[in-house]
Every structure is written in structure tokens, then in C-alpha cells.
Design a protein. Structure first.
Length: 225
């Protein structure tokens, strides 16, 4: 694990730290409802997936195709196949996360209650207060900045592996899925404020401290051997 810890932080890393501290401040000092913040964390998974599709699309425009590996065999396929597979697989992943979360949390403090996953995704603004809506916009802006700076302006989109991009969101999302579901149960116990702090610290560690690109490159090296 230690070899995957980042030694230096970029401006993007510092921005992510600030963004993850905002909900802690909002819940503790601005009377934001903890359950609303957790709804935003659910939507964050969708945001991450959306920007990943954009990254895969930009690389596909340049490279057209990439190597698809399956059970020891490999073939060259269109980047659009990677995108289609990611949308289906990641979409199912997120649906399971949201389904479990919406089924376990106590939404008694909300003025409105989502009627299932589809209703929440299509009409999420009505379930969020103004402050928490701004938090959601902050997440969107931070991921847009990260994509623009570290992927587009840097020129990475010209040489990136589409297959590696397809797997890029999963380590973060797996951790977030586990913590969000656990958070749902803790919210039922009325300990939302405390758990927001724990959740923010866990997210900062896994999103900022760990070098996922290095981990994925090592995985690719091992697979190639």
C-alpha cells in the first residue's frame, strides 16, 4: 500500500481536499441535512462516470481503437465498444448502490422523498436544499477542472489507454459504495454529523492520497507478463 501513496500533491489534489471539507462545514455549521449530503455523494458517482465517458470519447476520437482483453485473449475493438460496455456495466453498478442506499436511509427530514432511483435521478433538484445544490455544482466544477487540466490540456487524451480509462473510476467508487451504504445505516441511528466527518476523511484518503494511475499501470504490467 505504501508504494501507492502519493509523495506530492497537485493543485487538483488540493482542490479535491477543499471540496470534500465543504460538506463537513455545511452539516456542522450551516444546518445542512446529512441525508441530503449523502444524496449528493450518490450523485457524485454518476458525475464521475459521466466525466469518464467524456474522457473515453475524447481518446476514441484520436486513437479510434484499442486492445480489449478477455480471459487471456486480446483483440482490437472500437473505442465506442469500450464506452458502451462501461455505460452498461457502470450504470448497473451505480443502480445497485443507489437502490441499497435509498432503501436504507431515513428520509424523514426531507421535504420530499424520492420515489425510486429513476425519480431521484430525473428530479434530484427538488430533493436538495439550495446550499446542498451548490455543493453538487462544486463537485461538478471540480471534476470538470480536473478533466480539463490533467487530461485535455496535458494531452493525455492522445495517448491514454481506453481500457485503463474504463477501469479508472472503479477503485474510488467501490470504496465510496461501501462507505455510503454503511453511512445509510448510521444515518438511521441519527449520527449523521459524526459520520460526515469520517466519510470526508475516508474520501480524502482514497481520492487524494492513493495513486490509482500507478496501481492500474502495475495491474497492466502484471497482466502482460
Amino acid at each position: 500500500m505504501n508504494r501507492h501513496i502519493k509523495k506530492q500533491f497537485s493543485f487538483t489534489d488540493l482542490l479535491l481536499i477543499v471540496v470534500n471539507i465543504i460538506p463537513v462545514y455545511g452539516v456542522w455549521f450551516e444546518q445542512w441535512r446529512a441525508v441530503e449530503v449523502f444524496l449528493v455523494y450518490c450523485l457524485e458517482s454518476v458525475i464521475i462516470g459521466g466525466f469518464n465517458v467524456i474522457k473515453m470519447f475524447l481518446t476514441t476520437l484520436v486513437k479510434k481503437k484499442d486492445v480489449w482483453e478477455n480471459k487471456g485473449s486480446s483483440s482490437t475493438v472500437s473505442g465506442y465498444f469500450f464506452i458502451f460496455f462501461f455505460i452498461i456495466h457502470y450504470g448497473f453498478f451505480i443502480a445497485v448502490q443507489m437502490g441499497i442506499f435509498l432503501a436504507t436511509i431515513n428520509m424523514g427530514d426531507l421535504p420530499n422523498t424520492p420515489d425510486g432511483i429513476l425519480d431521484f435521478l430525473l428530479h434530484f433538484p427538488k430533493y436538495l436544499s439550495v446550499g446542498v445544490t451548490w455543493l453538487l455544482l462544486t463537485f461538478i466544477i471540480s471534476y470538470a477542472f480536473q478533466t480539463l487540466k490533467d487530461f485535455v490540456i496535458s494531452g493525455e487524451y492522445k495517448t491514454a489507454s481506453i481500457g485503463r480509462l474504463m477501469f479508472q473510476p472503479y477503485p474510488r467508487i467501490i470504496v465510496q459504495q461501501f462507505v455510503v451504504i454503511l453511512g445509510g445505516f448510521i444515518l438511521m441511528l441519527g449520527a449523521g454529523k459524526l459520520f460526515i466527518v469520517i466519510f470526508a476523511l475516508v474520501k480524502i484518503f482514497f481520492e487524494v492520497m492513493l495513486d490509482y494511475d500507478k496501481m492500474l499501470k502495475e495491474r497492466d504490467t502484471v497482466s502482460a507478463e
